[in-house]
Design a protein. Structure first.
Length: 259
């Protein structure tokens, strides 16, 4: 049994996860649930894109065996109060900008693991920190599941696919390219031999220019800070606001090809 948790409004990135799960498991459950507990009061829960019928036809074509699309009341029944408390992995980056977000993510994924009982679960590396939090949670809570990370699926111009790209006007969609352009510039500098994390971070910030940066960091792939020079690998990780959309992107230089 394989599981691919999603919030719906599915695109090719999600479908790639489903195909990977189908390769690893003979029966693949895709969950579609816009999880209220991972959204803050000022987040986009109410306007998050929803298209269950469209999603179900895409999933049939991608080879999913079953779709699990519960109501909020089914996942959080009367009197429920239990949450998964996350730790240091969830603290930096998105954890600083979205208090409580990863507690909500870890809680709903634990519920999905318990309900579905998968032996393998596939998550995207686009949400790099989320993947790290879920790996930690699965290990700490002894879920008998292998957590697989899938590479970022990108549009033809390199922009990472995201359900939130639907919020972008055509002009903003053009501006959204700066995220991948920043990763490319810093990735090329790394490939040219640059190993100073501060220099790579300065390149990220310079290319992002006037966009609203939540964070643009150069970290160890385990999310810790570098003390001194980079070794063979580094995580370049970005969160920016473009119009109403909060966009994420990342690249592990020394491991992944520059996009
Ligand atoms: P979401 O519906 O945004 O919660 O995403 C559901 C799953 O799909 C998560 O594991 C995401 O990391 C993954 N995902 C979303 N976009 C992409 C992408 N462009 N490439 C790879 N995985 C993705």
């Amino acid at each position: 049994m394989g599981l691919v948790p999603t919030m719906g409004a599915l695109h090719e990135g999600h479908l790639a996860l489903v195909r990977e799960a189908r390769r690893l498991a003979s029966f693949v459950v895709v969950s579609i649930f816009v999880n209220p507990t991972q959204f803050g009061p000022n987040d986009d829960f109410a306007r998050y894109p929803r298209d269950l019928d469209g999603d179900v036809s895409k999933l049939e074509a991608a080879g999913a065996s079953a779709v699990f699309a519960p109501s909020a009341g089914a996942m959080y029944g009367p009197g429920e109060e239990t949450r998964v408390r996350v730790g240091a992995t969830a603290a930096p980056l998105c954890g600083l900008f979205r208090p409580g977000h990863f507690e909500g993510v870890a809680t709903v994924v634990a519920k999905l693991f318990a309900l579905v009982g998968p032996c393998v679960a596939v998550f995207g590396r686009k949400d790099y920190q989320q993947l790290a939090v879920i790996r930690r949670m699965a290990e700490d809570l002894f879920f008998p599941v292998v957590v697989v990370g899938h590479p970022i699926v990108r549009e033809a111009d390199g922009v990472a696919m995201s359900s939130r790209n639907a919020y972008l006007s055509p002009e903003e969609r053009g501006r959204a390219r700066v995220l991948v352009e920043a990763l490319r510039a810093a990735g090329r500098a790394f490939e040219g031999g640059e190993r100073n994390p501060a220099v790579l971070q300065a390149i990220l910030r310079r290319v992002l220019g006037g966009e609203v940066i939540e964070y643009a960091e150069v970290l160890r792939p385990d999310l810790g800070p570098f003390e001194g020079a980079i070794g063979d690998r580094a995580l370049l990780v970005l969160a920016c606001r473009v119009g109403k959309a909060r966009l994420l992107d990342n690249l592990v230089v020394g491991e992944e090809a520059v996009p």
